[in-house]
Design a protein around this ligand. Structure first.
Ligand SMILES: *Cc1c(COP(=O)(O)O)cnc(C)c1O
Length: 469
């Protein structure tokens, strides 16, 4: 499988080089040159497979040429072996023909484990073969950091540095990062905000001299391997609900458009998906595009669903690429006009094309709490605020009551106690067994000034399993 850049100017790469690349050299994002397409019979024959075996069938075409089948099977078996639920991604019914796909049974209790548990193992496999080491530097406001550290903690060939804003992440989220130890794990609390952390990561990618030749790898959802891993659970859910003979609709709590883009790809690979709902919080750039063809940058609004607090959706470029007939030159122009002017609209027929599949809603904090309370009253289930946004949007935007509606349950509610307490159902919260003693565990973390030179000096002093690069 070959991968091409959305901006048309960077060289095409194979899977293993895409895994190790961040942005393409032309500033674009990598996408498969040709998407695999499965027949209905083929998809139907996968019904009842264990999750890791389904994952093998769905993802195999993306890695052929880079990873041998037997190795890939083993990697997938290991990846999903430490999830706390035997179904890996169980469906729970909330209402009539309405379901939550619980994606929070992984080690860090959010859907990001599905991709990052795999990413760490893929990196180690390929790096061992090449005899190379890499450094990961990532910024997090919460879920990504812990999932990335959990995914890489056993890697022989990866050193991981996670930057979080000092005293500005919740205690559960901080502890999920700082209680994981290893000589290749480095938590840095930056005396600044999340944007400062993100800027330092970007600047480090742009100028890598401080790494003395060691390669820097991206763990945010611009990394293709993350999107790829998320395609699988759309197939998994649909197969449980009578697919592919029957269509299914999905409502997806959305920030950077990574998770929902995976659903869009599942549909293009042959899975009958009749509707995809973009569920956002007040940071609603995607909703404003879907409802009114305006993709315009706004200021950041902190909400009760912080994992979706974004101003711009990095993966949306991948959808725009398809909407523009995969014309890299057109995309490069569009993205540069966005950079200059802070916004754009697309031609009417391209927008109409997107609207055939996508609907959207922006859900307020108040509606989020209301939905958590309503669902608890009617089912006894406690939703996390992101999932609640998905449920609310599903109920408002649903096109057909006959088609099963699946809401992606993106996080466990214990990660976001503030919203759950505001909704009045905080008493029902309990840490899962493997994290019961989280608040008693020892923490390790280095506080650093809000200064890129200090952060980069730390990385070069510790980037080789705690020793200098
Ligand atoms: C990351 C995250 C999201 C947003 O996912 P995107 O792929 O950025 O759209 C939603 N909910 C939770 C809990 C998350 O951690």
């Amino acid at each position: 499988m070959r991968y091409i850049s959305t901006r048309g100017q960077a060289p095409a790469l194979n899977f293993e080089d895409v895994l190790l690349a961040g942005l393409a050299t032309d500033g674009g994002l990598y996408v498969p040159e040709n998407l695999p397409r499965f027949t209905q019979e083929e998809i139907a024959s996968w019904a009842g497979l264990p999750y890791h075996e389904l994952a093998f069938r769905v993802m195999r075409p993306f890695v052929t040429g880079s990873i041998a089948d037997a190795d890939f099977k083993q990697i997938l078996q290991d990846t999903y072996a430490n999830f706390a639920h035997p179904a890996i991604a169980p469906l729970r019914q909330l209402g009539s023909n309405e379901w939550v796909l619980e994606l929070f049974h992984g080690p860090t209790l959010a859907f990001k484990d599905f991709a990052l548990q795999l990413l760490g193992r893929l990196l180690d496999h390929i790096l061992a073969r090449r005899g190379e080491r890499v450094v990961i530097i990532g910024a997090t406001s919460g879920d990504t950091g812990s999932a990335a550290i959990e995914g890489c903690k056993h890697c022989e060939n990866v050193d991981i540095f996670i930057l979080h804003p000092h005293q500005r992440v919740s205690e559960v989220q901080r502890r999920q990062m700082t209680t994981l130890f290893g000589d290749n794990i480095h938590n840095l609390a930056v005396e600044g905000n999340f944007d400062d952390c993100q800027e330092m990561v970007k600047a480090s990618f742009a100028d890598q001299g401080f790494l003395k030749g060691t390669r820097l790898v991206a763990v945010n959802s611009i990394n293709w391997a993350r999107i790829m891993a998320q395609i699988v659970y759309y197939f998994h859910a649909a197969l449980q609900l009578g697919g592919p003979a029957r269509s299914v609709a999905f409502s997806v709590p959305t920030g950077n458009f990574g998770d929902i883009f995976a659903g869009y790809l599942a549909r293009n690979m042959g899975l009958p998906i009749s509707q995809l709902i973009v569920a956002t919080n007040r940071n609603d750039i995607l909703h404003r595009f879907m409802s009114g063809n305006q993709y315009v940058k706004d200021t950041l609004h902190p909400t009760l669903s912080p994992s979706m607090d974004i101003m711009v959706s990095s993966n949306f470029e991948r959808l725009l690429f398809d909407l523009h007939g995969r014309n890299g030159t057109a995309l490069a122009q569009l993205m540069s006009s966005f950079k200059l002017g802070g916004g754009f609209s697309v031609e009417e027929d391209r927008w109409a094309e997107a609207r055939r599949l996508f609907d959207s809603m922006a859900v307020t904090d108040e509606q989020t709490c209301e939905t958590i309370a309503q669902v608890f009253a009617s089912t006894g289930e406690v939703l996390d605020p992101h999932t609640a946004i998905g449920v609310r949007a599903a109920r408002e935007c649903r096109r057909s009551l006959d088609i099963p509606m699946v809401v992606l349950g993106t996080a466990h509610p214990v990660k976001f106690p503030e919203a759950v307490e505001k909704a009045g159902v905080g008493k029902a919260l309990h840490l899962p067994a493997h994290l019961e003693d989280l608040f008693q565990r020892e923490e390790r973390c280095t506080v650093v000034p809000n200064d890129i030179a200090a952060v980069q000096a730390f990385v070069s002093a510790h980037g080789n399993r705690g020793k200098p690069l």
